[in-house]
Design a protein around this ligand. Structure first.
Ligand code: 0O2
Length: 218
């Protein structure tokens, strides 16, 4: 039986990790947008697993309490959404170059999708957290995906929940077809990404011109 004495104390490094990572990754987006019409990072979502979810998973993994910290890689989770598949690899490289993140595992489920049709880029990494007791390495999971991949994964996740991980075969087949359509959409969007970026650049330019005009009227 897993037994952790003080959950607030156990979970705080994970909470601090996701808060800091969210701020830093959104900072990268802001830096891109200052000089470019496009950022490889579209949005950042973070979460810390609930106590019940940690207990369930530790039972499934048959972990002793003292093993959870080192062996459960997704207590802290960061999900980065991108517009284009190419952006995913830009973000992967940005993350690997950082001195506050140490990547220990990578899986490219875009080059090699799962049988379900699932596509995403996964990394497990340590975040170098500064605490009042000194530096601490906190294990976390990063998922990087396009908005299209995210829609598919969200829908599939809901169906797994509904069917208790036993999705009927006909629905599974439809999901595989939907995953193929999602992949095709990503490919089509990649082909016209320069046009999309130019449209975004013009939109931002026009909006800032309108704002200048508005201020002039004051
Ligand atoms: P939740 O609620 O999202 O946290 P790994 O390369 O080790 O990260 P692996 O071995 O498949 O990937 O690990 P795991 O634990 O099965 O999957 C990690 C997470 O990836 C999952 O977390 C999902 O978020 C996502 N994922 C993996 N496979 C699928 C899939 O087929 N469909 C969907 N929708 N998501 C998937 P959790 O703990 O399942 O859930």
């Amino acid at each position: 039986m897993v037994y952790i004495n003080n959950w607030d104390e156990f979970l705080q490094p994970y909470e601090l990790t996701v808060q800091e990572l969210k701020l830093k990754l959104e900072g990268i987006r802001a830096q891109y947008l200052l000089k470019n019409p496009h950022s490889p990072i579209e949005s950042v979502q973070v979460r810390v697993k609930t106590i019940n979810s940690i207990l369930d998973k530790s039972r499934r993994m048959e972990l002793k309490p003292e093993e959870i910290k080192d062996k459960m890689h997704d207590i802290a989770g960061v999900r980065i959404t991108c517009q284009f598949v190419e952006d995913i690899y830009t973000v992967v490289n940005l993350i690997k170059k950082r001195s506050d993140i140490e990547v220990i595992y990578e899986r490219d489920y875009i080059a090699n999708p799962k049988e379900s049709g699932y596509r995403s880029y996964h990394m497990h990494a340590y975040y170098h957290l500064e605490t009042i007791e000194g530096p601490q390495k906190v294990l976390f999971e990063i998922q990087i995906r396009t908005m299209t991949m995210n829609v598919w994964a969200t829908v599939e996740h809901s169906l797994n929940y509904k069917y208790d991980n036993q999705i009927p075969i006909d629905i599974k087949e439809k999901l595989v077809k939907a995953a193929e359509a999602a992949q095709s959409l990503d490919e089509q969007l990649s082909k016209i990404r320069n046009e999309i970026r130019e449209a975004q650049r013009q939109f931002i330019l026009r909006r800032s011109n309108q704002l200048v005009g508005y201020h002039d009227m004051q």
